[in-house]
Design a protein around this ligand. Structure first.
Ligand code: NAD
Length: 343
């Protein structure tokens, strides 16, 4: 397994990380046994980075990960989060950071996590993260409850503002996790964040290399924010790959893993079967020409579009434009009376 430093301070982590959100049943039901087998097979296959959150299944993902790592904790680098607890349930206050970490440590059955991240920072103000959340997380570090501190989110401009602001205040951010921002459809993490991160020794964690399921043969789940146009482009990309007897998800994962010097890639794996599939994809031969064609198709089909998430003041410009387009579409539907026909 190829390893990369998680941050300037280390530790070495596998270039393919285990996203533990599926252990919280967020993509469908996973049994305790399946969850445990997935974690054990991942460890045995050389994967040592595990990312979870109290948000994933309201603690279930942490609980299952903690149980699966009993007797194996020293082989794993464990990251969890604070601040997000439900689809619309956020609390980035200092008091909650403390209570949240205590709960995570109990569920994960450990005295100290390797990385504590403020989860989906665009859902609160920059001021609160800088003046309340990060200082509270620093206190957790001083008390030995976490080794490293990070921030996560979708809006890259907001993450960059937070990293710069933290630095100005003498606060150390070790890692930044974003998602759907470096993959076959969209590579904006590279242009917007990679330079600053490299310059300041911040580790980048690339979440959702399959664009939250959009870049798979099966396609994205119904709740995915992608437009119909983007879904069609991805379905066409899947057909293009299938014609060459390759799965789109294999090409998508390899594209992320092969980007040297770019931190680790984190995909969701709730079963031993998916762990094996992704380890096999890692080892499989590459498809450079097909990759180029797929990327061109996705670009033309608008698959790299952004979407609004969090407080409007924190949106990236393109997400703001997409929000405008969505609102305009809704207006047209309302004005045309179609809404009454198709509620
Ligand atoms: P993803 O885009 O790689 O996967 C999305 C879906 O694809 C999941 O349902 C997964 O089960 C499925 N999948 C995985 N491998 C597959 C394969 N080989 N073939 C077919 N389907 C496959 O990643 P994701 O699950 O969206 O995110 C990965 C992890 O990143 C999460 O578990 C979480 O730990 C982290 N993450 C964090 C944030 C945040 O902090 N805000 C956001 C997104 C993701």
């Amino acid at each position: 397994m190829i390893t990369v430093p998680l941050s300037a301070k280390g530790p070495a982590v596998s270039v393919l990380g285990f996203g533990a959100s599926p252990l919280g049943n967020v993509f469908g039901d996973v049994s305790w046994l399946e969850a445990e087998s997935a974690v054990h097979d991942a460890l045995d296959g050389g994967i040592n980075f595990f990312d979870t959150s109290p948000y994933y299944g309201r603690g279930l993902s942490e609980e299952r990960l903690g149980r699966a790592l009993l007797g194996r904790r020293d082989r794993a680098v464990v990251a969890t989060k604070c601040g997000r607890y439900g689809a619309d349930n956020f609390d980035f206050s200092a008091g909650m950071v403390r209570r949240s970490v205590e709960g995570s440590l109990l569920r994960l059955r450990t005295d100290c996590v390797d990385l504590l991240q403020a989860h989906d920072c665009e859902f609160t103000s920059v001021t609160q993260i800088l003046e309340e959340t990060l200082p509270a997380m620093e206190r957790c570090r001083a008390e030995g409850k976490t080794r490293l501190i990070g921030i996560t989110g979708y809006q890259l401009g907001n993450l960059l503002r937070l990293a710069v602001g933290a630095r100005e205040r003498g606060l150390q951010i070790d890692c930044i996790l974003s998602y759907c921002r470096y993959d076959l459809a969209n590579t904006s993490m590279e242009t917007r964040l990679a330079g600053y991160a490299a310059e300041h020794g911040i580790g980048l964690i690339n979440g959702s290399p399959l664009h939250m399921g959009l870049l798979t043969t099966e396609g994205a789940p119904a709740w995915h924010p992608a437009s119909e146009r983007a879904r069609l482009a991805c379905a066409e990309a899947a057909r293009l790959c299938a014609a060459e007897s390759v799965a789109l998800e294999e090409v998508a994962l390899q594209f992320c893993l092969d980007r040297e010097g770019f931190g680790l890639t984190l995909t969701g794996m709730g079963t031993a079967e998916l762990v094996k599939k992704n380890l096999d994809a890692m080892a499989a031969s590459r498809h450079p020409e097909l990759t180029l064609r797929v990327r061109a198709l996705l670009r033309l089909g608008g698959a790299g579009e952004l979407w609004p998430s969090g407080l409007p003041e924190n949106w990236d410009t393109e997400a703001r434009e997409r929000a405008g387009a969505i609102a305009a579409e809704q207006d047209i539907v309302r004005e045309s009376g179609l809404e009454e026909v198709y509620p």
